[in-house]
Design a protein around this ligand. Structure first.
Ligand code: PEP
Ligand code: MG
Length: 587
């Protein structure tokens, strides 16, 4: 039966495919397709791991001390029995042989399916066996992680979803897959970046949560804040994601399917049309040259940035190099290498590297830190506050960035500053990093220093910032969060997260104006910069530099080409004094 779930649209486009449910705890399990002739080896890999776990459990059982409580013996019996479960085995085989999932993915998929069956059982005793079952699967997964895979590296993700518009509800292998999860951390999303999924749905998350930001950078349709989607959607259900409206349609009727297939083809044609603007300079009708830059998470993202026509990187979120590494942070050389690759990737265009911004919804180690989260993580030890609390780590990063600046144009951007004392300490540490490199005789280059304006307090003391920094970058995602006291990752208050609130617009305008008066560049690198519906307004507020996901650049460029800033300034002033600016902007 067809039903609809409403969430928040975070990434444009339409996706049609089969649902793959992934538990948050299994987001770090490898997901890739194998070749048909690898299926037997993959089934074998699983069998070897399962047999090893059987031996392990049997040994545990044999070694039980005579006075051990009898329950332990009974639990081990249950676990051994579950390992023999035919339904589990047949299910996993199905995912490997019919769908060509790698073994770990097949195992977790089947586990998700059987877990739901456990949940629906009448008998309380049987229902509780779900935990045993999950423990057994965990053991097998751990075993597989320890064993070396016969497939050394995951084969490249097979291109799925070509000709999606003509999709029929059949079982062909080339059906796109849509990932459905309760929650995914930004680090989990990173895992999926090179993956096989044609769309994402999560139960939780706000429009500018970092999970949504990474989904957007992957340029595939995504819906977050879809509440109970992971409960309502079943493994393998057909789903349609409407990335414009945030609507998810489960088990669509043939008519709906045809309609969305058409929409998908239209979207594709629009993209092709925009593609022709790639080499067109971003100049407004009245001759203003506008800088369109890219936001990236990894050095590899410079490829799409250049392909999308970016004139440089306006925001390299360096924290993604640090996440999900179980405490083994990248050392100076590893960081230097990553920054150097980003600089090389841009081929001489400037790269703005932001120093680490962890904390709040970007924990360093998702699974270990989430429970220990502080009550108000967004107001806690994040971004520059964390860096200043860890000066050795910060110095390491600063040295790596300065060294990368010897290989090409680099700007250094500092997040979440608010206090004069923080500015002072930061500048002293940059100096100390240079002195370290001098002592070691390592080459480093010049960097322009920039500050993010993303706390209202910073936007209210702009002369202080302009005195110390060469440029400013407005982080509207956080500026909105902190001005309006709305957690950007909380879907329950997402309707109040308003980029067009007059208070936000005034802070943005003041920052742009103060930068212009001081002759220092100001960029916007929050999600507002990549929303073509807001391009005219930002131009009217005086903005000349926009940094966004590479996939948004051409749509924003189109809006720039159609704009006349000489007329927009007066209009923007009327928007600014309106009680409800949205009514003027979205007309
Ligand atoms: C912002 O806050 O607008 C920003 C660009 O930084 P981040 O989204 O990484 O917090
Ligand atoms: Mg920010």
């Amino acid at each position: 039966m067809t039903f609809t779930i409403h969430g928040l649209a975070v990434s444009r486009g339409t996706a049609i495919g089969r649902a793959v449910l992934v538990a948050s705890s299994h987001a770090d399990v490898a997901h890739y397709f194998i070749k048909p002739d690898q299926a037997a080896a993959e089934v074998d890999r699983l069998r070897v791991a399962r047999n090893a776990v059987v031996v392990e459990l049997q040994r545990l059982q044999a070694d039980l001390p005579p006075d051990a409580p009898p329950e332990i013996d009974a639990v081990l019996d249950v676990h051994l029995m579950l390992l023999e479960d035919k339904e589990l085995e047949a299910g996993v085989r199905h995912w490997i042989e019919e769908r060509l999932y790698n073994a770990e993915w097949a195992l977790t998929t089947q586990m998700e399916q059987l877990s739901r069956q456990f949940d629906e059982m009448e008998d309380a005793y049987l229902r509780e066996r779900k935990a045993d079952f999950e423990q057994v699967v965990e053991r097998v997964l751990r075993q597989m992680k320890g064993a070396t895979s016969p497939i050394a590296a995951p084969p490249p993700a097979r291109k799925r979803g070509a000709a999606q518009g003509d999709l029929q509800l059949d079982d062909t292998l080339d059906v796109p897959l849509i990932l459905v999860a309760h929650d995914l951390s930004p680090a989990d999303m990173l895992q999926f970046k090179q993956s096989v999924f044609a769309g994402f749905i999560t139960d939780v998350g706000g429009k500018t949560s970092h999970t949504a930001i990474v989904a957007r950078s992957m340029d595939i349709p995504a819906v977050v804040g879809a509440r109970s989607a992971s409960q309502l959607v079943r493994q393998d259900d057909w789903v349609v994601i409407d990335g414009e409206t945030g609507v998810v349609i489960v088990s669509p009727s043939p008519i709906l399917l045809a309609e969305y297939g058409f929409k998908q083809r239209q979207g594709e044609l629009e993209r092709q049309r925009l593609g022709r603007l790639k080499n067109t300079p971003a100049i407004t009708l009245d001759g203003q040259r506008i800088e369109l830059l890219a936001n990236i998470e990894l050095p590899e993202d410079t490829g799409p940035a250049v392909a999308g026509g970016a004139m440089g990187v306006g925001l390299f979120r360096s924290e993604f190099l640090f996440m999900g590494r179980s405490g083994h942070l990248p050392d100076e050389n590893e960081q230097f290498d990553a920054y150097r690759r980003a600089v090389a990737g841009m081929g001489g265009l400037p790269v703005t590297i932001r120093t680490i911004d962890v904390g709040a919804d970007k924990p360093l180690n998702e699974h270990t830190e989430r429970d220990a989260a502080h009550l108000n993580p967004a107001l806690g030890l994040r971004a520059i506050r964390w860096s200043l609390a860890e000066p050795a780590m910060f110095l390491t990063q600063l040295r790596a960035i300065l060294r990368a600046a010897a290989t090409g144009p680099v700007q250094l951007l500092v997040p979440m500053l608010a206090h004069a004392s923080e500015i002072k300490q930061t500048l002293q540490l940059v100096q100390a990093a240079r002195a370290d490199l001098d002592r070691q005789g390592l080459p480093y280059g010049p960097v322009k220093l920039g500050a993010m304006i993303e706390i209202p307090a910073a936007a209210l003391v702009l002369p202080l910032f302009l005195k110390h920094f060469d440029f400013l970058s407005i982080g509207t995602n956080d500026l909105i969060q902190y001005t309006l006291a709305i957690d950007r990752a909380d879907e329950s208050v997402a309707h109040l997260y308003d980029p067009l609130h007059p208070a936000v617009l005034r802070l943005v305008r003041e920052t742009i104006a103060a930068g212009a008066a001081a002759g220092k560049p100001v960029c916007v690198c929050g999600e507002m910069a990549g929303d073509p519906a807001l391009t005219r307004l930002l131009l009217g507020l005086g903005l000349r530099s926009f940094s966004m996901h590479p996939s948004q650049i051409l749509a924003v460029k189109q809006a720039v080409l159609r704009s006349d800033t000489s007329k927009l300034q007066a209009w923007a002033e009327t928007v600014l004094v309106a009680d409800e600016p949205a009514t003027l902007v979205y007309t």
